[in-house]
Design a protein around this ligand. Structure first.
Ligand code: SAH
Length: 210
């Protein structure tokens, strides 16, 4: 799917070493070593692609830093069997990571050009388990999901999103105001209630719907 000897493998190895020091392990770490983050940013940023920093992707949006993305992805505890929803395709990098850890990924993006650009980047890879939706409304994503990752920060938790989560499903979502977001993880119990855990903090671009 991806070529590991693409001239960036040493930079990627350094990035992965940093991720391991922050508690990322196993298959998630392997996927971060395999996935060419430099393909998902503009040419001028290629050499910054493996630093642990967020990078601009146009339209005022950013791709989060690898350690934040990895922490959120790891928290979903994917086994390879899941149907996953990502809200906020952005560059498509996180969708590419998720596609290697789950059975199927639906990724939605409100900015049409970003969605189209991500579709184009994916054309150069043999990834066939990702569906792209250009929408800002998760109700347009059909069905329910075993894992949901929200890549933009919400001010108020969108309660309806719980209806898109299967029993036993995991939801990772940044919640907060202008001073930053708490990255929250929810697990849906059989009785429909949610187990809540705070797994970190960072500042995300805003979730905008409607
Ligand atoms: N996961 C991305 C990072 C995305 S940044 C990556 O790997 O590059 C967050 C993205 O969420 C932005 O592109 C923004 O346009 C999008 N977004 C914000 N609110 C949204 C909504 N309601 N529905 C879909 N996308 C949304």
């Amino acid at each position: 799917m991806f070529q590991s000897n693409d001239g960036m493998e040493y930079a990627r190895r350094d990035m992965v070493r940093g991720l391991a020091e922050r508690g990322i392990s196993g298959v998630v770490l392997d996927v971060f070593y395999r996935t060419p983050r430099h393909f998902f940013v503009s040419d001028g940023l290629r050499y910054s692609a493996y630093r642990d920093s967020s990078l601009p992707i146009g339209f005022g949006q950013t791709i989060s830093k690898p350690s934040i993305i990895a922490g959120m992805v790891q928290a979903l505890a994917l086994t390879g069997e899941e149907h996953v929803l990502e809200i906020g395709t952005g560059s498509g990098y996180q969708a590419a990571v998720l596609s290697q850890l789950a059975k199927h990924v639906v990724t939605m993006e409100r900015i049409g050009v970003l969605s189209e650009r991500a579709v184009d980047v994916f054309k150069s890879f043999e990834i066939s388990n990702v569906t792209f939706l250009h929408t800002d409304d998760f109700n347009n994503a059909e069905g329910t999901f075993d894992a949901i990752l929200v890549a933009a920060g919400v001010e108020i938790f969108p309660v309806d999103l719980c209806g898109k989560l299967n029993s036993g499903g995991r939801l990772v979502i940044p919640v907060g105001g202008k001073d930053g977001h708490q990255i929250m993880k929810y697990v849906k119990k059989a009785d429909g209630s949610l187990l809540e855990d705070n797994i970190g903090s960072a500042t995300f671009v805003p979730y905008i719907a409607g």
